[in-house]
Design a protein around this ligand. Sequence first.
Ligand code: AMP
Ligand code: MG
Length: 512
Amino acid sequence: MGSATPLFRFEDRYARDLKGLYEPWRAARVPAPELLILNTRLAAELGLDAEALASREGVALLVGNAVAEDSTPIAMAYAGHQFGGYSPRLGDGRALLLGELLDPRGRRFDVHLKGSGRTPFARGGDGKAAVGPMLREYLISEAMHALAIPTTRSLAVVATGETIARDTPLPGAVLVRVAASHLRVGSFEYAAAHTAEAAEKGDRDLLRRLADHAIARHYPGAAGASQPYLAFFERVVAAQAALVARWMHVGFVHGVMNTDNTTISGETIDYGPCAFMDRHDPATVFSSIDHGGRYAYGNQPRVLQWNLARLAEALLPLIDADEERAVALATAALQRFGERYLAAWRRGMCAKLGLATDAIDATETALAEANALDTSPFVDGVPALLEAQQVDHTLFFRRLSDAVRGDAAPVRSLFGDPNVFDAWAPAWSAGLPTSADERQVVAEAMDRVNPLYIPRNHQVEYALTAATDGDLKPLHALLDVITRPFDERPELEAYTQPAPADSAPYRTFCGT
Ligand code: AMP
Ligand code: MG
């Protein structure tokens, strides 16, 4: 850029700290960049000038045709377990880290391009991405953010003017993603595997440098612990347990929970085949390639713990020089995942059901003690109730607040057999206050945690199909709906409904 105020001020702490874990690279030039969508609110939060970003120069930076003066774009190296099988070298095959920026509060964020051309990690891929899937990531990540779920954000999608080869030829695009970082479990798997190789080149410490970088960036408190790397692992376990509990609360199915798509920060990342379920069913799978249901809705907590076990393995040499001792320490920390997950899940469920959480907060540390939570058997039974009655997950919780206000008909009608609701409701009501005033307060609190609007699959498809054909209006309309998910607007009734019961099962696709 010239002498004018730069659009971004990039730092490069990852590149400076972690030589050996990336390749410097340039984005492929694209013929006719056109800004499809810019997240002006996110730009403002980051202290960026949205108007300048939307200018010709801004768009050139956002698509990778131009490189900011202080940016050294890099493709990050990582490994990963994909559907359980280990790939020693994945890395950013079609993505680049432009650099890190500090927001006005001093928080550090990665600015990253996806779909920016082949890199040394591209293997057989073309390095490209299509308009539909990049807008899909934009839409779902912004929906997740609005639901107060930790996630990477989407700053912009720029059409490239290219046609890319997929099952049918599709318009190409680049997504500009913003994240607390792009450190993944797979980054640690890669560093652990390459530490021996690095040592031959005189770098004894690739893995340690990565862990120190991650601690400084995400868990600075761990640095002062008596065993910093164990403390680091415990914090990642806690963050990921809390994250997956949030997914479960809203019925989110990530769809491709490979270890390269599991962050160290505890943010949701990589919106490929993800979708929200309608009817509550733990077996829900949307991804066309997840034949065994490994990443089904109900499996997500278990899979997360499996992924964290891979992180533990990578960290063993740092946890203790004595391998047996390291394994014992890491295993104990990993085993706490279950109780942490359950505590986070139950606390959130109590809020969704309008039940007091005092008992849970008071006993979190004593969770393992039998009968510590008197509400837990009741709360734990809710998913099975919804599954048996084929109830819409989102509408159940949202309509429950009507029942708190005195009108049970809307929630009752969601049940296959409304008598089952009648049998369940008294035990639930017993946990609620009796006065109308207090009930009103509870109902309002429920409406702040139970969304009315989620990205319903048929609405997402409709908006993305239109956008691919050049009409962005349905996308903007849907974005407006789902970025205010708790705020009931009577004219938006259609957005609250699942697809008609006779529609084909929803399928999503990876590698897009
Ligand atoms: P994902 O399933 O999006 O997490 O991607 C898994 C791996 O495949 C990552 O290493 C990606 O960079 C790589 N990848 C996915 N699509 C492409 C593509 N079209 N070209 C090159 N690499 C790709
Ligand atoms: Mg990925």
